[in-house]
Design a binder for this molecule. Sequence first.
Ligand code: UP5
Ligand code: MG
Length: 190
Amino acid sequence: NSQLVSSYICKSGGPGSGKGTQCEKIVETYGFTHLSAGDLLRHEISSKSENGSMILEIIKEGKIVPSEVTVKLILKSISSTDNHKFLIDGFPRTEENRVAYERIIGAEPNLVLFFDCPEEVMVKRILNRKQGRIDDNDETVKTRLKVFKELSLPVVKYYSKKGILHTINGDRTEDEISSQVREVLSAYEP
Ligand code: UP5
Ligand code: MG
């Protein structure tokens, strides 16, 4: 699979930290194919695929879908395009996700962007979104935050130790965040 991927960037951050919002702009400028793990999973639900109802139950609770399911979906997307550069939004969520994915791809991300945002800001954004996401409610948000702290932050720490983590202040305007993201990517792109 290393022939399929020449480089990949991962985006991490709590629920509502602005990962999705910042993706499109980067994709346009830097020629990455954007993959959102959450979108791929939601697509499985809406297309009523084999695992759809299991995924729905897990997302409704704010918990994490088994690695093999998510990794398979990401790999399928990667294989379906000629591009070899990917921006992966909201993945890996757990150490188990990370190990499973890196084993299959045969490489670590070139860069990890971490959107750091205060909890109360994230909660406010999510509850204001009102786009009908099944997990955008008080109760599920609490679990999403807990899961983020307990399972996803260790992955962020791991990448930090590897020296490939870039922390972005997510508590600013979209334009301010975009320009910080561009700064990081411009330094990385030769
Ligand atoms: N907004 C964005 N930026 C703003 C700014 N600078 N100022 C003011 N408002 C801003 O933004 C959230 C909201 O805030 C939007 O309304 C936006 O306009 C506004 P968004 O860009 O959507 O934030 P994002 O970080 O993408 O938040 P999201 O809710 O998508 O985060 P999650 O990480 O919870 O969602 P995801 O889709 O990745 O995952 C959903 C669920 O899928 C998980 O809980 C889990 O159950 C499952 N999942 C897995 O099991 N495994 C995976 O690998 C991935 C997902
Ligand atoms: Mg998102």
